[in-house]
Design a protein around this ligand. Structure first.
Ligand code: FAD
Ligand code: DLZ
Ligand code: SF4
Length: 509
């Protein structure tokens, strides 16, 4: 009997387990642009356009390969509005009672598929290097889950950068050589290649413009690639032009260069247009032929087989309630500046402005600018989570939630990271050129012009002393705070409190 084969918007890989288990001559592929997926958060218009255009092209490619594909467009009059409802409609149409699906990357959708009155087989997502079972086994019995140890297992498993059973170059991690600030006058950095437009993209842009005009984010110019060939071009460009300096400048931020030496491939990897192993093998080959140094290649490979896989493992290990965690009891509202409201903080203005224009910010902007500020200011992590899930083209819950709630907001109480990622303005000043043209003064510790990160950093440590003072990785920060003059500390806390009040009142901060 005919089966339906579900292909979601982030499952655009011909190696997808559901496709591999299906019979091309008998089964029917179901793809659908639906209101529920396009609306569970106010996605950035570029993200919606990327997914819809890539879905349409993938459907075309499957048909060319001989698959029968039903494709529902968002504006199709028959559109049933959600993925399960579309499956039910197609089940009736084709007389099917079984669905083959690859496990979605979000508990919400897994639950919805499991609740359907059809027989749904959920297959493991084999596009990842570490299965959910393998991760659970690795995690079992460990007091704390640390990416670094998981990463070593992944190196051994894939053989990437291995010299027999030893790490290439004698060390697993070369971060010691990395994390330098970049200079604005480093010329000749090239942005990722822009995709030329085509009729499918143009049609999707018109649809998104008409339907999602109120969502935060600039739709045009739209330069993302929307098929595998384009994604491979971006990868090639990165390997040739940026990988050699990736490690060294990984944490740098520059006002006039949103990409620096980053790959800008997260959206392609997460939608299924690139495979993590092929990406890492390309990077390793660049090292082996002498094109890129070990510190960069190791750092890059660690992001993919280490962080990316680790983060996914945590999402599925921790279960559906992960997104509701709020270990630090933070309750403030996300300030309007995150949705494009005015701010005097130049670093936030740049990170948010770039996010609005490009649906992209690199890791340190996400972690140490927008994330750091929300954490220091005590913003409700659920609101922070919604923001990150909405605004980045590479955001799906399996990868966004542990990064936001775990790594960035410490809302999981220390599952992803052993200490919160907090810093004062000094870190941002060291790693960027933002502070030079800011309304606030990064060197000021108190007063009307004191950098808000300086005020809120101590306010955060002070209000969470009970939780963090005994953390060995934070003891030094508390010693520094405790050595400060009492009157100075009181002034810092008073100025921080006044800043938070202004934020609450909706004043421009
Ligand atoms: P590069 O810096 O060039 O890195 C190469 C690749 O490594 C990335 O494409 C990505 O696939 C992988 N990678 C690097 N760091 C991580 C990480 N921490 N977790 C998972 N993969 C990683 N990444 C997402 O893919 N989707 C998200 O929704 C997302 N949300 C984030 C939210 C916060 C608060 C933070 C701090 C990080 C988040 N990240 C997310 C991780 C990281 O910031 C992005 O993967 C990266 O910025 C994507 O840009 P790039 O492709 O240029 O990456
Ligand atoms: C993100 C997204 C959007 C905006 N739209 C669709 C859609 O219309 N149809 C679809 O199949 N998938 C879409 N997606 C991706 C899903 O939200 C994603 O598959 C789940 O969040 C699981 O990762
Ligand atoms: Fe950001 Fe503070 Fe620097 Fe201004 S002074 S850019 S608020 S870190």
């Amino acid at each position: 009997m005919v089966k339906l084969v579900l292909v979601l918007g982030d499952q655009l890989s011909d190696t997808l387990s559901a496709l591999q288990q299906a019979d091309k001559t008998r089964d029917v592929v179901v793809m659908a642009e639906v209101g529920t997926e396009a609306g569970y958060v106010p996605h950035h218009p570029k993200k919606i356009a990327f997914i819809f255009a890539a879905m349409r092209k993938f459907a075309q490619a499957l048909r060319k390969e001989g698959w029968t594909v039903t494709y529902t467009r968002l504006d199709d009059g028959e559109n049933a509005g959600s993925t399960p409802a579309e499956l039910l409609r197609r089940a009736q149409e084709f007389g099917a009672d079984q669905v083959l699906a690859t496990q979605p990357g979000e508990w919400r959708l897994i639950q919805a598929l499991q609740d359907m009155p059809l027989h749904v087989t959920l297959l493991p997502d084999t596009r990842f290097l570490c299965s959910n079972d393998e991760f659970s086994k690795w995690a079992q019995g460990r007091k704390a889950l640390r990416m670094e140890y998981f990463y070593r297992e992944m190196r051994r498993k894939t053989g990437l950068l291995m010299d027999g059973d030893q790490p290439e170059g004698g060390k697993w991690n070369f971060d010691h050589d990395n994390r330098k600030p970049a200079k604005g006058d480093d010329l000749f950095r090239q942005s990722p290649p822009a995709a030329p437009s085509d009729p499918i993209v143009e049609e999707v842009l018109d649809l998104v413009e008409a339907r999602f005009a109120d969502n935060f984010g600039q739709l045009r110019p739209f330069t993302f690639h929307t098929d595998r060939a384009g994604a491979l071009r971006v990868l090639d460009h990165f390997i040739t032009h940026a990988l050699p300096d990736f490690g060294t400048y990984q944490d740098a931020m520059l006002s006039d260069d949103p990409y620096l030496y980053h790959a800008v491939i997260g959206l392609y990897l997460n939608a299924g247009l690139l495979h993590p192993l092929e990406v890492c093998q390309r990077a390793e080959a660049a090292y082996k032929c002498g094109h890129a140094p070990l510190n960069s290649v190791e750092g890059f490979i660690r992001q993919i087989i280490g962080w990316r896989e680790f983060i996914r493992g945590i999402y599925f290990l921790e279960g559906p309630d992960y997104t509701q965690r709020n270990a630090l009891d933070h309750t403030r509202d996300l300030p309007a500046l995150y949705w494009g409201g005015a701010t005097r903080m130049n670093c936030l203005s740049h990170a948010v402005g770039q996010t609005r224009d490009l649906a992209y910010a690199h890791h340190i902007q996400r972690l140490m600018v927008t994330g750091n500020f929300a954490l220091l200011a005590g913003v409700d992590p659920a609101q922070v989570h919604e923001w990150y899930l909405a605004v980045y083209a590479d955001a799906y819950e399996w990868v966004e939630a542990p990064n936001t709630l775990g790594m960035s907001q410490f809302a999981d109480g220390g599952v992803v990271g052993s200490k919160p990622y907090v810093s004062s303005g000094a870190y941002i000043d060291r790693m960027s050129d933002y502070c030079r043209s800011c309304h606030y003064k990064v060197k000021d510790k108190t007063g009307a012009l004191a950098c808000p990160f300086n005020l809120l950093y101590w306010h955060f440590l002070d209000r969470h002393r009970d939780r963090f003072a005994r953390n060995p990785r934070m003891a030094q920060m508390y010693r520094t705070w405790d050595r400060m003059d009492d009157a100075h500390c009181q002034q810092v806390l008073a100025d921080a409190g006044a800043f938070l009040s202004r934020m609450k009142e909706g004043q421009i901060i």
